[in-house]
Design a protein around this ligand. Structure first.
Ligand code: OGA
Ligand code: MN
Length: 197
């Protein structure tokens, strides 16, 4: 059966990193980017922390992005559409790969000019609930000179991905080390994790 999600899942199964350059529709990608701009204007995007400590250390230099957690109850039209698409994706993943995902969390992220995120894995040392990472990019016409590449470390090779709008990237949270190189212009995305709790 051919499904809109098979491109992402098949490339993940083949290469450990799934990529679909058209995962989000253009309208949805633009709407979500507009949401970040509004959150930024209202000063609601806040310094991201590391790990899952209740008290975040905003002085840490590991990552420079600012984030805002998504929430279905906010009733924003684009956010709802995005999370419904995530629900559909999880259903398809659970049916085809028996992954048993039963929860998720997503946040908006903006890397302002000069920001980066050093090499890391997404699963916390003290909490293995995060099974898969799903990142969606919201930046039109991103060029190599804009920096802000996602660099994924495979066993013997290094993969670089530009954060182009509509593109989704999908990998196992406990397996793939990755980093975000310094962005030379505002870089917007939605990062999230599919969880088994
Ligand atoms: C993260 C992350 C990568 C990216 O949020 O944990 O690694 O390309 N993001 O935005
Ligand atoms: Mn990460």
């Amino acid at each position: 059966m051919n499904n809109q999600f098979d491109l992402l899942i098949d490339s993940f199964l083949e290469n450990k990193v799934g990529i679909d350059a058209g995962f989000l529709s253009k309208d949805l990608s633009n709407g979500l980017q507009q949401n970040i701009r509004e959150l930024q204007k209202d000063d609601l995007m806040t310094d991201a922390g590391i790990g899952n400590n209740k008290v975040k250390d905003s002085q840490q230099k590991m990552r420079g992005d600012k984030i805002y957690w998504m929430d279905k109850t906010r009733n924003n039209i684009f956010e709802r559409e995005f999370l419904l698409q995530v629900d559909d994706f999880i259903n398809h993943l659970n049916c085809t790969c028996y992954t048993g995902i039963n929860s998720y969390e997503f946040h908006y992220a903006i890397y302002e000019e000069g920001s980066s995120y050093k090499r890391h894995k997404d699963q916390f040392n003290n909490d293995s609930n995060r099974k898969y990472s799903l990142i969606n990019y919201l930046n039109e016409n991103w060029l190599e000179k804009d920096g802000g590449e996602l660099v994924v470390y495979h066993d013997k090779t290094v993969q670089k991905i530009l954060p182009q709008s509509q593109t989704a990237v999908f990998f196992k949270s406990d397996e793939m080390e990755h980093e975000v190189t310094k962005a030379n212009r505002d870089r917007m995305s939605i990062s999230g994790w599919l969880k088994r709790i």
